[in-house]
Design a binder for this molecule. Structure first.
Ligand code: ANZ
Ligand code: ZN
Length: 831
């Protein structure tokens, strides 16, 4: 048999699929079942990496398999093309974000095509094109009209030297990434989407997502964070009141202080009267706005001199502080602090030397004095808490809420950790928010017939800040309502908005509107979505929200966008370091111990491929060397798909050898006569097994079954069964190594493409084993085995066992004292 020329076959079959439009999804829709297979679309960062290859290979196997099992399949690809890296490239290299992005898309598309993915490229989209983001602007305005969008003052990271707003990732240790200046919190008017209106729906909807990983559902549940709380007022020593919010009303007797946010009305009023307070409030404004930064920031407090009366004891006075860890945006902007059971409160109390009283027993200790610097946040019985003593935490919460409500000083509330989604970004490379600000009319939506609001091309990144803001003409427009001079909104939308509906646009892409409802509903929800677990919270939650929001305003009757979700593991590789501690790329390392210069190399841990550790392997040269099929096969074998996969040279070589072995099998079958029942049975079992494995996305198991089948066929003598088995094997490997399969299919004289062929039928009668191996024991020790028809009668099995040569010898001709037969399993003889 000849050798399989992968490079030639890859190019030829890719061209054929393209010319014939093999993978173009049918919109007309016959009565075939429809399947939407989607992998998270890539950010066009420059080149395809191994993680992409693994992700898209998995989706591809499923998509091809579904086509073979008679489904209409939609398997599209596009580009999440807006975002910071393009702007960073513009600032660093002076290239235009658009040119940079489109170049990257060109490169990456060519790389994806080399892998032979069964994609419908006719639906390709890039979110940075006006014919995508213009429709997004229309949807934004629809949501605005539907009451799901609002504008509010909110804090941003402000770099006082560069005079610009920074994204969270541009704030490093509280300082601007370029200027190094201490970042300040600044208030700006920003746009918000009312995701909190959907908090209950989004939480309860998780219950119906049977085909989602539990860990992702749990992460979303925690992110939404629904809990019961209590809101109540403390009376103050100056006659005023302060309202606080707590999720731990049970700890009320452990309270040792009250704290308000720096921009709480009480703090502001005091600041007006005292320069010292004003200075403290200013100081609190420093530092970033990310949750992580708020957690780790040093706790700062200012004692106002006011005191607050404990709700259960008029003689108990708590000091009132202004504190930097209390946020105005959350709850009521004021808290009571319980140092023994809250870490922030404990840090604060230790710093300002406040009382720390234990009120929940940790099972060992129940005395009031609390030692150490670690708050106890676990469950337990209430202690040192008057009428609550002995109650469990949850019961004590209920008891305090009931008290507050019946006495009228507070009320129970349901609270969520989830915040409304702030979508304003002070950046250029994003979807312009379609709003005009008029001094006479206020906020005016851009009329639908003036969409899209297109980004200007002539922008400069020479100075920091948002180029849209300083563009000489772009923002100046006539007010659509009164015709007077007005200005455009210069903020752009968070790129998570772009990825919140791209799957809908994939399903239906009319020119004049975002999507056609009936067309979209025919494909949605996505049957199988595949991507990285790093998107478990934000992207998936925003997409779920957006879909529900569209349903709410009557645009699309789909509740959940992704019926099935799979999060694949990462591709890893060993790391290498030079003697002077630099990370080295695997390509720089020869035989793992020495580099070209003869320097010693330390081999480090196996880690996720990343640019920072330099342990990436570029897929393109690998595909050029081994062909697409070997790379695809490697991505599917070895590791379970949810686990990490270690890239190795040996592994890819092994895959390449297997591809060649398959070719010899397919190309070298010799005609024969007669049936080989054992082989037939093996083939049918493999067909059923591989189908089940692909449907469960257990690709490594499917691969293992195929290895076994191939070995079995190789061992078999020529026969009609063997020839049929070879043909079936071609069909079974077709989703995984499609180029080889097409080549073998056409070489063996089959008509049409194997991509269009039907998945082999299974004969269920061949799935049951009809022979079993029975163990023969003498006095409990295994002495021989028998192969018998399944279900053979006990006396038949016993007779066969006693007739065995080995047994006759062992028993020395004597009859056993006792015989036990377990049908289809074993015979035990007691001698
Ligand atoms: C008393 C208490 C005792 C609290 C205790 C916690 C533990 P989650 O669960 O994250 O929603 N809090 C309330 N409003 C706040 C604000 N604006 N800024 C900072 N912290 C605030 O957090 C709710 C808890 O966070 C509330 O319950 C409150 O502290 C604090 F052992 O009240 B707790
Ligand atoms: Zn106007």
């Amino acid at each position: 048999p000849s050798r399989f020329n992968a490079l030639k076959a890859d190019a030829a079959w890719q061209a054929t699929w393209d010319e014939r439009g093999t993978f173009v999804a049918r919109q007309d829709g016959g009565n075939k079942p429809k399947t939407f297979v989607l992998e998270m679309f890539p950010y066009p960062s420059g080149r395809i990496h191994m993680g992409h290859v693994r992700n898209y290979t998995m989706g591809d196997v499923l998509a091809r398999y579904r086509r073979m099992t008679g489904h209409d399949v939609l398997h599209p690809m596009g580009w999440d093309a807006f975002g910071m890296p393009a702007e960073n490239a513009a600032m660093e290299k002076g290239v235009h974000p658009r040119g940079w992005t489109l170049d990257n898309i060109g490169t990456m598309k060519a790389q994806l095509k080399r892998l032979g993915f069964a994609l419908d490229w006719s639906r390709e989209l890039a979110t940075c094109e006006p014919d995508y983001y213009g429709h997004e602007q229309a949807l934004f305005l629809d949501l605005l009209a539907g009451g799901l969008v609002y504008r509010k003052e909110s804090a941003v990271n402000w770099d006082p030297v560069d005079m610009t707003v920074l994204a969270n990732e541009q704030v490093i240790d509280g300082r601007g990434w370029r200027s190094g200046a201490l970042v300040e919190k600044r208030k700006l008017n920003q746009w918000f989407l009312k995701i909190t209106d959907f908090a209950d729906e989004l939480l309860d909807g998780l219950g119906e997502l049977e085909h989602w990983p539990d860990k992702v559902k749990l992460m979303q549940e925690n992110w939404i964070g629904r809990s019961r709380g209590l809101q109540f007022r403390f009376g103050l020593s100056d006659g005023g009141e302060v309202e606080v919010f707590t999720t731990r009303p049970d700890t009320i007797f452990g309270a040792s202080f009250v704290a308000v946010a720096a921009d709480h009305p009480i703090a502001r009023e005091l600041a007006e009267r005292s320069a010292e307070v004003a200075a403290f409030v200013e100081k609190c404004k420093q530092g970033g706005t990310t949750a992580a930064e708020l957690e780790t920031q040093e706790k700062l407090g200012f004692d106002t001199g006011l005191t607050a009366r404990h709700p259960f004891d008029p003689n108990w006075q708590l000091p009132v502080y202004i504190a930097n860890f209390v946020l105005m945006e959350y709850g009521t902007g004021a808290v009571f602090g319980v140092p023994a059971h809250d870490q922030r409160d404990l840090d604060f109390a230790r710093k300002y030397d406040l009382t720390v009283t234990r009120v929940v027993s940790d099972g060992e200790r129940s005395e009031p004095t609390f030692a150490g610097d670690e708050a106890y946040t676990g469950p337990g019985a209430l202690v040192n808490s008057r009428f609550l003593d002995g109650m469990a935490v949850e019961d004590a919460k209920r008891a305090v809420i009931a008290h507050a409500e019946s006495d009228g000083w507070g009320h129970g509330t349901t609270v969520y950790r989830l915040r409304d989604w702030g979508v304003s970004r002070q950046r250029y490379w994003g979807t312009p928010i379609p709003i005009i600000h008029c001094s006479a009319c206020g906020v005016v939506p851009v009329p639908h017939d003036q969409l899209p609001v297109v980004l200007p091309e002539d922008v400069s990144f020479a100075v920091p800040g948002n180029p849209l803001d300083r563009h000489p003409t772009w923002k100046h427009v006539a007010c659509p309502s009164c015709g007077g001079a007005a200005v455009r909104e210069t903020d752009t939308l968070d790129t998570f908005v772009d990825s919140s509906w791209y799957f809908i646009r994939f399903a239906s892409q009319p020119k004049d509107k975002p999507f056609d409802r009936a067309e979209a509903e025919a494909w949605l929800p996505v049957g199988q979505y595949i991507g990285g677990v790093e998107h478990a919270i934000l992207h998936l939650l925003y997409a779920r929200f957006w879909t529900r929001a569209l349903r709410h305003i009557g645009k699309l009757d789909i509740a959940e966008p992704f019926a099935g979700l799979f999060t694949q593991g990462m591709v890893t590789h060993a790391t290498f370091r030079s003697a002077d501690g630099r990370w080295l790329n695997p390509a720089e390392v020869e035989d793992g111990s020495e580099i070209a210069t003869g320097q010693a190399v330390t081999v480090g841990r196996v880690e996720k491929m990343s640019k920072s550790k330099k342990n990436t392997v570029d897929p393109e040269p690998i595909v050029d060397q081994y062909g697409a099929d070997a790379v695809r096969w490697f991505m599917l074998s070895d590791s379970p798909p949810e686990r990490d996969l270690e890239w190795s040279e040996n592994g890819i070589e092994g895959s390449w050898r297997f591809v060649q072995r398959l070719w010899r099998l397919f190309d070298g079958d010799q005609a024969g006569e007669g049936e080989d029942t054992a082989l037939n049975r093996r083939v049918h079992q493999t067909v059923a097994g591989v189908a089940g494995d692909i449907e469960a996305l257990q690709f490594n198991k499917a691969v293992a079954k195929l290895y076994e089948l191939v070995s079995a066929i190789e061992r078999a003598q020529p026969s009609a069964s063997r020839t049929a088995a070879v043909r079936t094997a071609m069909l079974l490997v077709a989703p995984m190594v499609p180029h080889l399969a097409e080549e073998a299919w056409s070489a063996s004289g089959e008509q049409g493409l194997i991509a269009d062929a039907a998945w082999p039928e299974v004969d269920p009668t061949l799935l049951v084993e009809d022979e079993v191996t029975i163990a023969i024991q003498v006095n409990g020790k295994l002495r021989d085995t028998l192969v018998m028809p399944k279900g053979a009668a006990k006396d038949v099995v016993e007779a066969a066992a006693l007739a065995s040569d080995k047994i006759v010898r062992l028993l020395e001709g004597k009859a056993p004292r006792k015989v036990v037969v377990v049908p289809d399993r074993l015979v035990n003889l007691v001698a």
